[in-house]
Design a protein around this ligand. Structure first.
Ligand code: NAI
Length: 296
């Protein structure tokens, strides 16, 4: 295990599983609020990148005034061994939006931790009741849909499953207060509220580009300029990650049958070409520097 900070841990022993876009966001949010985190992923290279990303995010959060003043940061420990999180008081699952991967990770985590451990999934679309069947104690499971970037967006969507107890809701409330987040609670459904609305919108926006009706800039420009959206759907897609969106749309499509959730050909092509958005330097927009562009 590798320590990147030495400060005292707070009262929560938080583990985050999955060190991608959201795992690093949530870890930076927690560490910035004095909560120590053990971050798990499948290989050391991913964890090395994650440590750098977390440092950058903490700096950015500080610059934006998004962290409490005078609170020592929590420690961040990274590991590839799930066994290292056996004594966590809260585990946040933030692995890829692929049902089989989530099922395996949640079942393993739940078998490892002790009763009373708060189990949170940051899933975009998988219903909490479905995940409750994969774990030993479904009553201790709750969905918390952190936004991206987690340290700048105060609001989170909390999803209460039909088995989630009041004690679990109290525990998640305490954690979110420690992280200075505000929450709105919704009932369970595929995609909950935000992604049931947002993902088909992004898919439809991509379809309009695919059909040649407008460019990505124009689609975003219209929603930003005419409807007051702060970020258009395709800029949002690049921020989320088009690979994650395609996986999430599939989860939604399988569970709702809604044709608007069947990922369009343009999104599938971008995933095939490795143009996943900001994280790969290209998506609907090009984020590479002029030098990088000339190299390829
Ligand atoms: P990502 O693809 O950036 O990261 C996922 C990470 O999970 C990868 O680092 C991968 O190596 C890791 N992983 C895969 N199998 C694993 C295993 N068995 N054990 C440990 N780690 C494993 O994905 P991202 O975007 O961070 O999404 C994570 C979750 O958060 C997904 O459920 C997604 O739908 C959700 N989400 C994503 C948002 C976004 O803006 N990207 C916003 C809100 C929720």
């Amino acid at each position: 295990m590798t320590d990147i900070r030495n400060e005292q841990p707070g009262q929560h022993r938080l583990a985050v599983v999955g060190a991608g876009v959201m795992g690093t966001n949530i870890t930076a949010l927690a560490a910035g609020h004095g909560v120590s985190v053990t971050l798990v992923d499948i290989d050391d290279e991913i964890l090395a990148t994650a440590r750098t990303t977390i440092r950058h995010k903490l700096k950015h959060a500080q610059l934006m005034g998004a962290l409490p003043a005078n609170r020592p940061q929590g420690t961040v420990t990274t590991t590839t061994s799930l066994a290292d999180i056996a004594d966590a008081t809260t585990v946040i699952e933030a692995v890829v939006e692929i049902t089989e991967v989530k099922r395996k990770v949640l079942a393993e985590v739940s078998a490892l931790v002790t009763p009373g451990t708060l189990l949170i999934s940051n899933t975009s679309c998988v219903p909490v009741d479905e995940m409750a069947d994969w774990v030993a104690r479904g009553e201790e499971l709750v969905g918390v849909h952190f936004m991206n970037p987690s340290y700048l967006i105060k609001m989170v969507e909390v999803i209460r499953g039909s088995a989630t107890t009041d004690a679990t809701m109290d525990a998640v409330g305490a954690l979110l207060r420690a992280l200075d987040r505000e929450a709105l609670v919704v009932n369970d459904a595929p995609g909950f509220v935000i992604n049931r609305l947002l993902h088909p919108l992004i898919n439809r926006a991509a379809m309009l580009v695919q059909e040649g009706v407008a460019t990505a800039e124009t689609v975003d420009g219209l929603l930003e300029g005419c409807l007051g959206h702060s970020t258009g759907p395709l800029r949002t897609a690049d921020l989320i990650g088009i690979d994650n969106l395609v996986d999430s749309l599939r989860v939604l499509h399988e569970r709702t049958g809604d044709p608007e959730c069947d990922p369009c050909e343009l999104m599938l092509r971008k995933v095939r070409d490795g143009h996943h958005g900001r994280k790969t330097g290209r998506g609907f927009y090009d984020y590479r520097s002029a030098t990088e562009r000339n190299m390829r």
